[in-house]
Write a protein that binds this ligand. Structure first.
Ligand SMILES: *Cc1c(COP(=O)(O)O)cnc(C)c1O
Length: 379
């Protein structure tokens, strides 16, 4: 049965598709002090902490807005006066952390590496040795603009060795790629209500070490982004300081239940891996080449080179896919002519298989029969 183009499936790096059952939760208007709403909020917070096995030591603080708001709240709340942040960037989201520091006036240093390769521990270590003033390191776990998975464990080990605090932009990994606070010490991990958690977009979350947050009173120069203040308010009242995004939070609680029902992060990662495998195999069979070496690629999104073929146009591919009920995404990097197809969200391997059939049809429409076979991308 062909897909209904009026209900397109998002094969994008975000927002991602959400299950019908999660969206249906939003049909009810809930008052803010309502017991059911308070229970949803409490459950969602506890569930997020349980994903990282952080029971007792961590708390989950919601920040209305997209995940960038929560990244900004983490930097503004946890990096104190006199602190300095070492940022790593190999893509759009690393660069956004730099923009946040610029806007907040937070002192920072940048380790920049090539877009399609992760950094090495030695590169971080050289920066730390050269600049002892650095107090915190912030890394993007999974750089969604390319799909590159950055080496979180190595950076966390360095933080331990040099007594630095670790902040993680886990927006594209949290809920799928393993993050365990028992083996990897971090002060904060940021996630989105959407992405791998598959709630509707609208709330960012910071999973924060209680001891780091307790010491952060008065750091934040913003009222709305102050995680310390939101946390102490939740401890007193169980709720948000200002009008809560009730629909988003209750839908998020449902998304958490569905995450648990699926089998938690390992099962979700396994499904995304199946999606990614089907996608990359299907695209390679049609002659498309991936940009990121497979060894560094995360299964949340894949970046493809736009083929040189004179008949090919991304706009035509996008439009043809949209007519068939699939939304794909342009590349984010100016330096390469690329496009992206996402594997996150309420998407199954069978959906990817259908998308590959649709893509083959669109290629035929463009008059492209064969791009030639492409082998796996090497390092
Ligand atoms: C989606 C995403 C963000 C947040 O971007 P928004 O535009 O605020 O949704 C931050 N970091 C990463 C790695 C992301 O994938």
């Amino acid at each position: 049965m062909p897909r209904d183009p009026a209900l397109p499936l998002l094969l994008t790096p975000g927002p991602v598709s959400v299950s019908r059952s999660t969206k249906e939760v939003m049909l009810l208007d809930r008052p803010s002090g309502d017991v059911e709403f308070s229970a949803d909020l409490r459950f969602a917070r506890e569930y997020l902490v349980s994903i990282v096995n952080g029971g007792g030591r961590y708390t989950a603080v919601p920040v209305p807005g997209s995940a960038t708001y929560a990244n900004e709240a983490v930097i503004a709340t946890l990096v104190p006066e006199g602190g300095k942040l070492l940022l790593h960037s190999n893509g759009v989201y690393g660069d956004r952390l730099i923009e946040i520091c610029e806007a907040l006036g937070t002192p920072y240093a940048v380790l920049r590496t090539e877009p399609f390769t992760p950094p090495t521990a030695a590169q971080f270590e050289a920066m730390l040795r050269a600049d002892p003033v650095i107090t915190h390191i912030m890394v993007v776990h999974c750089e969604t603009s390319t799909g590159v998975l950055n080496p979180l464990e190595e950076v966390a080990a360095l933080c331990q060795r040099y007594a630095k605090r670790l902040l993680i932009d886990a927006v594209a990994s949290f809920g799928a790629i393993d993050l365990d606070a028992r083996s990897l010490r971090f002060d904060a991990a940021v996630l989105s209500s959407n992405k791998c958690m598959q709630g509707v977009p609208g709330v960012g979350w910071a999973v924060v070490a209680r001891d780091a947050l307790e010491g952060a009173k008065g750091h934040c120069r913003s009222l709305t982004l102050d995680l310390w203040d939101q946390e102490q308010h939740m401890q007193r009242t169980g709720g948000f300081r200002f009008t809560p995004p009730t629909h988003v939070v209750s839908a998020f609680a449902q998304a958490c239940r569905e995450h648990a029902d699926e089998g938690g992060a390992p099962a979700r990662l396994a499904r995304y891996r199946r999606n990614w495998r089907r996608l990359v195999d299907g695209m390679r069979q049609m002659g498309f080449a991936t940009v990121v070496p497979d060894a560094h690629a995360s299964p949340i999104v894949a970046t493809f080179r736009a083929p040189e073929h004179p008949g090919f146009s991304f706009e035509a591919l996008f439009a043809g896919m949209k007519r068939r009920g699939f939304v794909i995404f342009p590349g984010r990097l100016a330096l390469a002519n690329t496009f992206r197809i996402g594997c996150m969200g309420a998407v199954e391997e069978a959906d990817i298989a259908e998308a590959m059939e649709a893509l083959a049809e669109v290629m035929t429409e463009m008059g492209i029969r064969d791009l030639g076979r492409v082998e796996a991308a090497g390092a």
